[in-house]
Design a protein around this ligand. Structure first.
Ligand code: SF4
Ligand code: SF4
Length: 161
């Protein structure tokens, strides 16, 4: 039987790709090679994450934080409170909103994909507050703010455990 993590996580990656979290922090006694390679607080998108197939290059030796985290979708399917198909629908919804945010940020030239999505959005907001955006970018900014609001609402309600 396929593990539920294979069914959901390999089509998701939201807890590794900088959408749900801004970093991966080392816990006491955690000797995952991720920290030896990148220090005790590793920014997301995680360098061990493969965006193509949502796999982790360090899966067998991933940090304790990663082993422990299970989002609400995963927990609900495990508990039998939700079908895998319903969880995948929610995952697709969140990924679609995150992709829209990503695309709007790129359109506004905040395209440093090494940063988590929340940080890119903060930088864009700060630039706008300082008057650093052009008049013709303001519609795009408004759409970005609305999409981030929708994404954050969905993540808060359906992903953070
Ligand atoms: S957010 Fe949930 S479903 Fe997605 S990869 Fe993380 S644990 Fe798996
Ligand atoms: S170490 Fe692996 S499981 Fe942990 S955040 Fe990075 S890619 Fe995800």
């Amino acid at each position: 039987m396929t593990a539920i993590t294979d069914t959901l996580c390999l089509q998701c990656g939201l807890c590794c790709n900088g959408v749900l979290f801004a970093d991966v922090r080392r816990e006491r006694g955690d000797d995952s090679p991720l920290f030896a390679q990148h220090g005790p607080r590793v920014p997301q998108p995680c360098p061990a994450f493969n965006h193509g197939d949502c796999t982790c290059a360090l899966y067998a030796d991933r940090p304790a934080r990663c082993r422990k985290f299970e989002c609400k979708q995963l927990l609900a399917v495990r508990a039998g409170a939700k079908t895998a198909e319903a969880a995948l629908k929610k995952i697709r919804q969140a990924r679609k909103l995150a992709a829209q945010v990503e695309s709007l940020l790129t359109e506004l030239d905040f395209n440093d994909t090494r940063l988590p999505l929340s940080k890119r959005f903060q930088r864009c907001q700060r630039a706008a507050e300082r008057g650093g955006l052009f008049e013709n970018q303001l519609d795009c900014l408004a759409e970005l703010q609305l999409t981030v609001h929708k994404l954050n609402g969905l993540l808060a309600a359906d992903f953070y455990a």
